[in-house]
Write a protein that binds this ligand. Structure first.
Ligand SMILES: [Cu+2]
Length: 179
């Protein structure tokens, strides 16, 4: 009974952590990170970016950096000079605050041209939606309503998991004190 309880606890913890990570943070490029060799188009197309999520750019500080470009044209032409923002900590966090498309590239000379850039399209998510700014020219038409349902399910699942975790802890302690 003891070891089985432990396995169950580990399972619940992993499920909780996985759930939290999936809801909030996207490490750009996945396990390969922010590197020249990463296929960012493939990576981005496999992700769903929601309002309230975060991007994390992980790389060797000094070798690469992160710049945000203002538009599709600057992105296509790797026009780093037009950057809206730049970071170089090697662990740069960018919060996706509203629906629309954002453009990121490496600021190191030549890297963007080698494919070190990524386009991120954010959809309305489970966070409280902010009104679309009138200056934004992006045409994000339909916001999927089903996401709010899945968000509710997610949080209900988390609460249930926490409840089970606490119950398991209590029962393990009781079993230990009996033996
Ligand atoms: Cu680079």
């Amino acid at each position: 009974m003891g070891p089985r309880n432990t396995y169950f606890l580990v399972f619940i913890l992993v499920a909780l952590i996985a759930n939290g990570v999936r809801a909030a943070q996207h490490v750009v490029g996945g396990s390969q990170g922010w590197e020249e060799s990463t296929d960012f188009d493939s990576w981005a197309s496999a992700q769903t970016f929601k309002v309230g999520d975060q991007l994390v750019f992980k790389y060797s500080s000094g070798l690469h950096s992160m710049v945000e470009l203002p538009n599709e044209n600057a992105y296509k032409n790797c026009d780093i000079g037009t950057a809206l923002d730049s970071k170089n900590s090697g662990n740069d966090v960018v919060k996706l605050t509203k629906p629309g498309t954002r453009y990121f590239a490496c600021g190191t000379l030549g890297h963007c041209g080698q494919g070190m850039k990524v386009k991120i399209t954010t959809v309305a998510g489970n966070a409280p939606s902010t009104p679309a700014s009138p200056s934004s020219s992006s045409s994000s038409s339909s916001s999927p309503k089903s996401t709010s349902t899945s968000a509710a399910l997610n949080s209900r699942y988390s609460i249930a998991a926490i409840f089970v975790l606490v119950a398991s802890l209590v029962s393990s302690t009781l079993l230990l004190s009996l033996s």
